[in-house]
Design a protein around this ligand. Structure first.
Ligand SMILES: [Zn+2]
Length: 110
């Protein structure tokens, strides 16, 4: 995707490489971050090897994955820049993880 020269402003998606696949509208597209959002602490490493439980759509510049690390859950955030930036938050039980995952999706926590 190429940004238009002299355009009023560039969209975030113009700053990253275009995905090599088309959006099929199946995976979740998160809402915009709310002004009043809870700011989560993000770390550079997950707490261990993980399995992806759920994920948002990879057509977006930022992709979130709900991951399971042993018996706990975290959220993996990927900024699809070059190179991509990976950060991780949480360390929740199942019910807490569902709560925070939903808040991240709705933009009330990021
Ligand atoms: Zn999409």
């Amino acid at each position: 995707m190429t940004a238009v020269q002299g355009g009023p402003r560039r969209l975030a998606r113009d700053l990253v490489e275009a995905p090599e696949w088309d959006c099929q509208g199946i995976a979740i597209h998160p809402g915009i971050a709310l002004q009043s959002r809870k700011r989560l602490e993000w770390q550079n490493q997950p707490r261990g090897l993980y399995r992806v439980i759920d994920h948002t759509c990879c057509c977006q510049a930022v992709v979130y994955e709900l991951i399971r690390v042993g018996g706990i859950y975290q959220v993996h955030k990927v900024i699809q820049s070059d190179p991509p930036e990976h950060t991780y938050t949480g360390g929740w039980r199942g019910d807490e993880a569902r709560y925070w995952w939903m808040r991240i999706l709705t933009g009330s926590a990021r």
